[in-house]
Design a binder for this molecule. Structure first.
Ligand code: FAD
Length: 375
């Protein structure tokens, strides 16, 4: 039973955002900046965001050479270029907004490892550089002159460098968003799972996990920012969950022969070093079906594939001790771009961020805020 004061002050808002990942917080912040008097609430089912935003690898990237070439099979040239530009501009906008120090951003460059079967893509590198020139003004991709120095196994025949990529600390990025949300006077309630919304009336029904308290909130506008978990609230959405596994080693007892963010296998596998440890993740393509899940469990098939890559390709003949592992859930669909659209008289969504939400989450939140303001 709620008090008169609770009922009067805690249940009605101008905007209710569901989901407190990068997109939810960005939406709330952009909206509040535009409408300083608005009462804005963000509702999150976990104690922390519990999806992808604080589970990811922290690559500040926009697409490796093979990934971009692969996209040309399913998208038009203009669409591919627009996607790259959106990601690159998105990265620049968070760096400008929060500052590199607050994001833990380092401009370490991106690299892609190519095996024998992929060497053909090198012939297309100059063409891709040319296509990307209007966005970057100079060549993005180049060949590493002495790849052997990086110490990878002999299977790796060439390494492509991307000089516009870097890495950041997703925990620092999230903390920067929290700090800004707090300064803007945005209320964040955690531990509330939304189980139903009335998209035309602006009613949000949630429960706090006790099984006893049902909560009914009213919003003049509602923003759905639940990414991979959206089908529960918007069943018609074109969203497929895609789980990602990350392994983190114990501190390594040898000096790393490289620095940077690395991709292999068309971007499906990625690794970097963090605090003298190896962070290695991905390989969803080794079991697409098994990884199409919102369940946070670890797929043993993927785990053993990654462990093998660590000792056979990344650090051949070295002994790697693993410290910890975790999973996060991404959202994919028939096409690669996010869904940002109105879904009811009072409701709009920004979901399906794919594997690039670090780069485009802030911008997606801005676009959703603009859309909501017009509704
Ligand atoms: C393993 C992994 C590695 C990745 N690596 C990178 C990378 O290196 N670079 C990059 O750019 N991107 C990467 N990504 C992708 C990136 O993390 C995501 O695109 C981005 O975080 C999506 O942000 P979001 O706010 O849309 O979703 P999320 O962060 O998933 O936020 C959605 C939130 O909604 C909450 N929620 C869901 N349902 C409800 C409900 N019913 N009620 C209340 N709350 C709810 C969830 O708990 C969650 O906190 C990676 C993702 C994973 C999983």
């Amino acid at each position: 039973m709620f008090s008169y004061w609770e009922n009067k002050h805690f249940f009605k808002f101008d905007l209710i955002v569901i989901g407190s990942g990068f997109v939810g917080l960005s939406t709330a912040i952009h909206f509040k900046k535009k409408h300083p008097k608005a009462k804005v609430l963000v509702m999150e089912r976990g104690i922390f965001p519990t999806g992808a935003s604080t589970k990811n690898a922290g690559f500040a990237c926009f697409g490796s050479l093979t990934e971009i070439l692969d996209d040309f099979w399913s998208m038009s040239q203009d669409e591919v270029l627009a996607l790259v530009e959106r990601r690159y501009k998105g990265l620049n906008s968070i760096r400008k907004q929060f500052g590199d120090k607050n994001l833990g951003y380092s401009h370490v460059n991106g690299y892609e490892l190519l095996d024998e079967s992929q060497l053909k893509v090198i012939e297309q590198m100059a063409g891709v550089n040319k296509l990307l020139k209007p966005i970057f003004k100079e060549d993005v991709f180049s060949l590493v002159k002495n790849p052997g120095k990086m110490g990878f196994s002999g299977q790796i025949k060439a390494i492509v460098k991307n000089k516009f990529e870097g890495e950041l600390d997703p925990g620092k990025y999230m903390s920067s968003l929290w700090n800004l949300a707090q300064r803007e006077g945005i209320r964040i309630l955690t531990g509330i799972s939304v189980y139903e919304i009335n998209k035309d009336e602006g009613i949000v029904l949630g429960e706090d996990g006790s099984g006893k308290t049902n909560l009914e909130f009213k919003g003049s506008k509602i923003a759905i920012c639940t990414n991979a978990f959206t089908k529960k609230l918007w069943p018609e959405s074109d969203i497929n969950p895609g789980r990602g596994l990350i392994l983190l080693s114990e501190p390594l007892d040898f000096k790393l022969p490289w620095k940077g963010t690395f991709h292999m296998d068309k971007g499906y596998v990625y690794f970097r070093q963090i605090d003298g440890r190896l962070l290695l993740g991905g390989a969803r393509n080794k079991d697409f079906e098994g990884e199409s899940s919102t369940d946070f469990t670890v797929n043993p098939k993927i785990k053993s594939h990654l462990e093998k890559l660590a000792t056979e390709v990344i650090f051949p003949a070295k002994n790697i001790q693993w410290d910890t592992e975790w999973t996060g859930i991404m959202a994919f669909g028939k096409i690669k771009s996010p869904i940002i659209q109105q879904v009811g008289l009072k409701t709009a969504a920004a979901v399906r961020l794919g594997g690039m939400g670090v780069a485009i989450g802030w911008q997606a939140g801005k676009e959703l805020s603009v859309l909501i303001s017009k509704m």
